[in-house]
Every structure is written in structure tokens, then in C-alpha cells.
Ligand binder design. Structure first.
Ligand code: NDP
Length: 365
């Protein structure tokens, strides 16, 4: 302090700060509530995105790492200031049981690993967050749900669209009757898959092909957009490259579904076509169309009433804030993202694969 002016400024600072603080917006007021402390398992492409997005969360914080690659543990620990005592590999992560600084584990590994890893995490007494598809089939999903119930922990699935503001606005409009009786949904989800050696094209690790990875967005979307559970599905597979997409790895599947109200859905899942990211919902009084509909966004869309204008925020930031509220405060989301919700999608995926195989309509209810 080198002048009388500095001294006066210091004395008056708290007085000046008070009216300033009262004008702060909620997001600017420092948060001192409960925080969900999370370890991420599997430090790959999507985990990288989740970790970045979590930096903007106030209720969720990355505090631990589980990886089979020591170099990633080193780089991530430095980047996110993770303590060595909170780092594990796939052989020793059961010891998280004795770590009071971790509340939940977010599993972001290849699909075929989810079931066993989720059950192991549940046994540690920590909450389980798992990426979609939650498992390879409904039977595995049921085993995961049972294990989490038995351990008394939450089981949440990374359904980021369930918290996306434009999606939620369409759901609000539907619930308010603004589209009238829903008649039809179209979901187109797909991309051109690259490296033929990636785990996504390996049946043992992926559990299937495009349907497990990207078609699940059409399945999940038809349920949250129509707001009902399907009674039946029919499905047809097309394969243009049987070398890249081996037996059991679907390249493209079209499927149709029927709902109790009489609404129908027609969807496409593909690893062989680009620019497939579109939802269309048709009702007796109006419509909603979204393109992109499930990509990382910003989601764009309009209804018969005009453009959807809800602001964009990283889906993973919103999802992790909401997951923290669900686990810490018992919040009930508008569209659930729990194990039961994931199981519903797995039952439909099982039915679609059965319909492809048999060529017959498969009943779900
Ligand atoms: P990546 O291949 O980029 O990463 C998977 C990570 O899992 C690897 O980096 C590795 O991390 C770990 N791993 C453990 N065992 C294996 C194994 N046998 N083979 C390969 N990797 C292994 O995949 P993604 O991050 O793209 O996908 C992971 C999961 O996230 C999938 O279930 C996918 O469906 C889901 N996902 C969800 C998205 C969404 O928008 N919700 C988007 C993208 C993916 P390490 O070296 O640290 O052990």
C-alpha cells in the first residue's frame, strides 16, 4: 500500500462489494453446496469431452481416474489436478471402496465392458454412471440394475439429450397438447464409420454395429418424442460392405415401431451414410423438426409455431449438473436417465435384432 488513496480504497472495499454482490446473477455467486465427486473410467474420446465439459459444472467435479494407460493417467492428473491416491487401473479399482473422496464412477469404455465394470463399481458402494448403450442386451442391463439396487447406489445412463433445452421444449409442447394427437415420428441417426480396426466394428467389444452406437438415439428419441412405449417393431438390414461390417456388425438397419395411441415411427440407423441426424414429429395440430437432433449441437429446430430458441450449453455440462442433482438432492428429471430407462432401450434393440433375423414383427408388450 503506497498512498492514502489506496488505504481509503481498501477500507471502503467491503462496503462497495455488498451492493455489487446483491446485483450478481445466480451463476456468478460462488457455489458452496454439495458436490458429486466423480472418477472417470476409460480415458478415451468421449471421456475427454465429458471431462472438459465438467470444468463448467458447479455440482459435479472430476476427482479420480481409472485407466489401463499410465501415460493418460499422468497427462490427465496434471491437467485436472487429480491426486495420485485417486488413480486406479482396471485390476485394482475395487479399492475405490475404501476411498472416501470418490462418490461415483462414470464408465466410458467399450460397450461390452459396461456390465462387468458397473457391477464391480456397485460392489464398492459408489454410484454408477454408464455410457450408452448401457449393456449389450436386456439381460445384462437387468443384472446391472439388480446389482445397483442390492448395493443401494444410483445407476444412471449417459443420455445427454434428456436434458437438452430444445428437446425439452418439444416435450413440453407435446405434453401441453400443442401438437395435438401424435401420429408419426421419424428418426434418422447415422454417420460414415472410419477406421475398420476400431472397437466399434468389433462385435465382441461393441455387441453389434450402428444400432448399438447411433441407432440407439432413434430408439430413445422415438420414445421421448412420442411419449409412449412401443408395442412392436419390424426391421430390415442392408449391408453394402460385408468386409468392413462383418457378421453381427450391422451397417444399416431401418426399423418401424407401433405405439399404444396408434402413433407409428420409422427410423434409420447407419454406419454407412453421413449427415443423418434428424428427428421429425408429426401431430394432428402441428409438427417439430430438429436437425441436428442428437449431435453435440447446437441442436437446431422449429415447430409449427416457429424456431426453437432455447440457448445452447455443452450437453455434457448440463447432464453432469443434473446427474449431481439426481444423486445428491433426489431430483426427478423430466425424462428419466436411470437403469430402467436404459433397459427399455436394450429390450427394443434386442427386438430389432430379432426382427432383422426372423423377418417378422416382434411384439414388445
Ligand atoms: P474410445 O475408444 O475413444 O475410448 C474408450 C476407452 O476405453 C479407451 O480409450 C480406453 O481408455 C478404454 N478401454 C478399456 N478397455 C478397452 C478395450 N479393450 N478397447 C478399447 N478401449 C478400451 O471410445 P469412446 O470414448 O468413443 O466410447 C466409449 C463409450 O462412450 C461407448 O460406450 C460409447 O457408446 C459411448 N459414447 C457416448 C457418446 C455420447 O454422446 N453419449 C459419444 C461417444 C461415445 P484407457 O486407455 O484409459 O483405459
Amino acid at each position: 500500500m503506497n498512498s492514502r488513496r489506496d488505504f481509503i480504497q481498501m477500507l471502503s472495499a467491503p462496503i462497495v462489494a455488498l451492493p455489487f454482490m446483491s446485483s450478481m446473477k445466480p451463476a456468478e455467486i460462488p457455489y458452496d453446496g454439495p458436490v458429486l465427486r466423480i472418477a472417470i473410467m476409460g480415458l478415451g474420446g468421449y471421456a475427454t469431452r465429458v471431462a472438459e465439459a465438467m470444468l463448467a459444472c458447479k455440482k459435479a467435479k472430476l476427482v479420480g481416474l481409472i485407466s489401463g494407460t499410465p501415460a493418460k493417467i499422468k497427462a490427465w492428473s496434471e491437467k485436472y489436478s487429480i491426486e495420485a491416491k485417486n488413480c486406479y487401473d482396471y485390476t485394482n479399482f475395487d479399492a475405490i471402496k475404501n476411498n472416501p473422496d470418490i462418490d461415483a464412477v462414470y464408465i466410458i469404455t467399450p460397450n461390452a465392458l459396461h456390465k462387468e465394470q458397473a457391477i464391480r463399481v456397485a460392489k464398492t458402494g459408489k454410484h454408477v454412471i454408464v455410457e450408452k448403450p448401457m449393456a449389450l442386451n436386456a439381460k445384462e442391463a437387468e443384472e446391472m440394475i439388480d446389482a445397483c439396487k442390492k448395493a443401494g447406489v444410483h445407476l444412471l445412463v449417459g443420455y445427454r439429450m434428456h436434458f437438452e433445452p430444445k428437446t425439452l421444449e418439444v416435450i413440453r409442447m407435446r405434453n401441453a397438447g400443442e401438437f395435438g394427437k401424435i401420429k408419426f415420428f421419424q428418426g434418422l441417426t447415422g454417420f460414415r464409420s472410419g477406421d475398420p480396426k476400431q472397437w466399434r466394428l468389433n462385435k465382441a467389444l461393441a455387441g453389434g454395429g450402428s444400432m448399438m452406437d447411433i441407432g440407439i438415439y432413434s430408439i430413445n428419441g422415438m420414445r421421448y418424442m412420442i411419449g409412449e412405449e412401443p408395442l412392436w417393431v419390424t426391421a430390415q438390414e442392408t449391408k453394402t460392405d460385408p468386409v468392413k461390417f462383418a457378421e453381427g456388425v450391422d451397417e444399416t438397419i431401418q426399423f418401424q415401431a407401433g405405439f399404444p395411441s396408434g402413433a407409428i415411427a420409422s427410423c434409420l440407423s447407419s454406419y454407412g451414410m453421413g449427415n443423418l441426424d434428424r428427428f421429425f414429429l408429426n401431430g394432428e395440430k402441428g409438427f417439430a423438426e430438429m436437425q441436428p437432433s442428437t449431435g453435440y449441437g447446437p441442436i437446431k429446430g422449429r415447430t409449427h409455431k416457429g424456431e426453437l430458441t432455447q440457448p445452447h450449453q455443452a450437453h455434457q455440462t448440463i447432464q453432469m449438473e443434473e446427474f449431481a442433482s439426481i444423486i445428491l438432492e433426489g431430483k426427478k428429471p423430466i425424462v428419466p436417465a436411470d437403469g430402467e430407462e436404459g433397459l427399455k432401450d436394450m429390450k427394443i434393440i434386442d427386438a430389432i435384432y430379432q426382427a432383422v433375423k426372423t423377418g417378422k414383427k416382434v411384439k414388445l408388450a
